[in-house]
Design a protein around this ligand. Structure first.
Ligand SMILES: [Zn+2]
Ligand SMILES: [Zn+2]
Length: 416
């Protein structure tokens, strides 16, 4: 016996029935994004490692622990993208998209890779729907993005969600907050996990990302960023909340919402689901006004969100939608040839047909059609070939009639 080859740990197959659900959700997402003026942009799955070190940030958990980094044959360090934003920023700069008249609004749905501990609902190859807007400073766009995300979830019939918003300030106001936060965190050092103890020096904001109860508890007494915002950041945040109210979007201010990525400035937000437990965020994002500059591009601000498709699909209600199709049952070579031709014509009419070429008795073909849930069976034997009239059986009613090609087409056009 040969050894069976299995999928890599942390990856999984999306089988046809589940893939249907993915396709449906993806097409709703694409439709909604396009409604708001976003256009798809596809970038490579792997990029130079430094893109994420610089973009996602040296102190983020993603870069420290979770990147799929490897050397290629030429000795270059490559990384499978752990998130999307740095790739888009690179592409905009490289292709000078900012010089074109089109608005810089992009979306993408596809796989991301993180070398995370595989656990329930968490994969090393996972999927995200991602949107980004560049060059819009106004807090109205921050609100529009949250409104779009909220609308998308309504369209997908996801219920029980809550919108959390915050501001993480800017380079002017954050340093004094970090200073106070670091001092407070040092006082609480004993109660923190080793990981968070390390974060006190590297980036104390990251302590808020820790999922451990003890660390969450300890961080309750830490100062809140919202008390440290400068005039500009405070104004932006107030306008953001005000515009959300104009849209009729309910939200809760969550001052500990800092998100696990280094580049955020001002607005951050998350949409959580009461049905997801501790890993409750379906979608999260924020502003990254300095990123383009950091990458040597023009000084253009940006904002966006990423939505985990696996988590999203776990809260999207399933809709059993069955495709209608015709099953061809034939007896003998001549009947097969005639059937092949008829089926070709039906398919040109956008009617789904299934032909199984394995030789079977008529009885067993009928039972296959029944088992597979065919709506119609087109039956062709020697007699039918000679008469150029064929048997058409409606599987729901059990009714069977003899009809010529044109008549069959007519019935099918009405039925599909
Ligand atoms: Zn500020
Ligand atoms: Zn911790």
């Amino acid at each position: 016996m040969k050894k069976q080859i299995s999928a890599i740990k942390g990856t999984k197959d999306i089988l046809p029935e589940e893939a249907r659900k993915w396709q449906a959700a993806e097409s709703v997402a694409k439709r909604v994004f396009e409604l708001y003026g976003y256009r798809e942009i596809r970038t490579p799955v792997f990029e130079p490692t430094e893109l994420f070190q610089k973009g996602t940030g040296e102190t983020s958990d993603i870069v420290i622990k979770e990147m799929y980094t490897f050397k290629d044959k030429a000795g270059r360090s490559l990384t499978l993208r752990p998130e999307y934003t740095p790739s888009v920023v690179r592409s905009i700069i490289e292709n000078r998209l900012y010089l074109q008249p089109e608005p810089l609004r992009f979306y993408y749905i596809g796989p991301m890779f993180r070398y995370d501990k595989p656990q329930k609902g968490r994969y090393r190859q996972f999927h995200q729907a991602d949107i980004e807007v560049f060059g819009e400073e106004d807090a109205a766009v921050d609100a529009e993005i949250v409104e779009m995300a909220d609308y998308l979830l309504r369209e997908l019939k996801v219920s029980g969600t809550e919108n959390l918003v915050n501001s993480v300030g800017c380079n002017n106001c954050r340093p004094s907050y970090i200073k106070d936060l670091r001092r407070k965190a040092k006082e609480a050092r004993e109660g923190l996990c080793p990981d968070c103890q390390r974060k006190i020096d590297t980036n104390p904001l990251r302590i808020f990302d820790c999922k451990l109860e003890a660390c969450r508890e300890a961080s309750q007494s830490f100062p809140q960023i919202t008390d440290y915002l400068c005039q500009e950041c405070k104004g932006h945040f107030q306008r953001f909340c005000n515009y959300l109210e104009i849209y009729g979007i309910k939200y809760r201010i969550e001052p500990r919402l800092v998100r696990g990525i280094d580049y955020y400035t001002k607005t951050t937000f998350e949409i959580i689901s009461s049905r997801l437990g501790a890993q409750d965020a379906i979608l999260g994002g924020g502003r990254y006004d300095d990123m383009m500059k950091v990458f040597g591009g023009p000084d253009i601000c940006g904002i966006g969100f990423a939505m985990g498709m696996e988590r999203l699909l776990s809260v999207v209600p399933s809709e059993k939608k069955k495709e209608k199709f015709v099953y061809l049952a034939f007896l003998g070579e001549e009947a097969k040839k005639r059937g092949m031709n008829l089926v070709r014509i039906l398919r040109r009419e956008q009617i789904e047909c299934l032909v199984e070429y394995k030789e079977r008795s008529l009885k067993s073909q009928m039972s296959r059609a029944n088992k597979l849930g065919a709506d119609w069976v087109l039956i062709i034997g020697e007699e039918e070939v000679r008469k150029e009239r064929y048997q058409l059986k409606n599987m729901a009613s059990g009714e069977q009639k003899e009809a010529a090609q044109e008549e069959i087409l007519e019935i099918m056009r009405k039925s599909f």
